[in-house]
Design a protein around this ligand. Structure first.
Ligand code: PEP
Ligand code: MN
Length: 361
């Protein structure tokens, strides 16, 4: 469990609905665009909160950096017209003040801000004494403690209504994703803070439309509490993130196509079947650990032998051979290269650790 108070782990008002659906344009562009998006989103009957970026922290200068404060009354008007609560991103204390002045219902902290404790602290200070739900996006880089720290700073300012957004992690070079999901980090965050809603942002993970639904489904299968999806009345001509936005109507279709799974079932028959499978898994995990412990004992013997003969622990050729052999075997058994590589790497490092102890004792 994390370091939030019990109240913070429990109390979620606007963010409590599950699944929580947040949607709206990457950026507020014009009064007309904001209003039309709001009307069409409300018409889907599937959206709980409308989002829009007012200030856009862009990685590179020269692209659209947000319409600024003049967009806030547009959002306020859209809310009045449709009844949809509104959410915007804040990155400074002044932006928090401006947002609250225009009755913004939910604030979120963007990935480029969560990386910076000074900025998060400035936001936290501006939030002292205020009651507003705050969502914290994961930082750009895969650093779980920064994400935790961001949440702690906001929690310490007295904000009780907290949520997390998983938007993926940036990496160098081309990948299938704009931001790699690294699901295990979001899962670890869910484990540490079980009462805090975890919302998935497939738009910024994918960076493109064709795999949005697949990623959203994966999040729902992993028991996420909701989705934040960028939508636009004219996606191809959006002023930012054009490639990943969809119309409100396409959003509706996507939400209808998603299979919303229950996180648990009272049905005792189902429970007893599941329990049997879980026992099998536990049994297999025990066996795996036993085999690994035996493997490490052999590694220790090798360590002793290398010590006697004054040979280095790491033998790069041998390590290559082990890895190639494991990948080839794993492939035949339906295990991915990526998994086998990570697994063998962990086993190899543990083996080195054991040999190191023997050789340097
Ligand atoms: C956004 O939500 O439009 C945004 C800028 O996201 P992120 O902070 O995840 O990059
Ligand atoms: Mn965006």
């Amino acid at each position: 469990m994390g370091t939030l108070t019990e109240q913070q782990q429990k109390v979620n008002t606007l963010l409590k609905k599950a699944p929580l659906i947040i949607s709206g344009p990457c950026s507020a562009e014009t009064e007309e665009q904001v209003m039309q998006t709001a009307i069409r989103l409300a018409a889907t009957g599937k959206v709980d909160i409308m989002r829009a970026g007012i200030w856009k922290p862009r990685t590179r200068p020269g692209s659209f950096e947000g319409i600024g404060t003049k967009g806030l009354p547009w959002m306020q008007q859209a809310k009045k017209e449709t009844g949809l609560p509104i959410a915007i991103e804040v990155a400074t204390g002044k932006q928090v003040e401006d947002a609250l002045h225009f009755d913004v219902d939910v604030l979120w902290i963007g990935a480029r801000t969560t990386v910076n404790p000074f900025s998060v602290q400035e936001i936290a200070d501006a939030l002292r004494g205020v009651k507003v739900p705050v969502l914290i996006k994961n930082p750009l880089n895969p650093d779980l403690e920064l994400w935790v720290g961001g949440m702690e700073r906001i929690a310490k300012a007295g904000i009780e209504d907290l949520g997390l957004i998983h938007r993926g992690f940036s990496s160098y070079g081309n990948t299938d994703f704009r931001n790699a999901p690294m699901w295990h980090l979001a899962i670890e965050m869910k484990r540490r803070f079980p009462g805090i809603p975890m919302i998935n942002d497939p738009s910024h993970i994918c960076g493109r439309r064709d795999i949005l639904q697949e990623v959203a489904q994966q999040a729902i299968d992993l028991d996420f509490d909701g989705l934040i999806v960028e939508s636009h009345i004219d996606p191809d001509n959006a002023w930012s993130d054009a490639k990943q936005q969809i119309t409100p109507e396409v959003l509706k279709e996507m939400l209808e196509a998603i299979r919303w799974r229950k996180d648990d079932v009272a049905n005792t028959d189902f429970q007893s079947h599941l329990e049997k499978f879980r026992q099998q898994i536990n049994q297999l995990d025990d066996e795996l650990l036993q085999v690994l412990a035996t493997r490490m004992k052999v590694a220790q013997k090798i360590g002793e032998y290398k010590k006697e003969n004054d040979i280095t622990i790491l033998q790069t050729n041998r390590w290559n051979e082990i890895l190639e052999r494991a990948i080839a075997k794993g492939n035949k058994m339906g295990l991915t290269d990526d998994f086998v590589t990570k697994y063998m790497d962990a086993v190899h490092m543990e083996s080195i650790h054991h040999q190191n102890k023997v050789m340097n004792s």
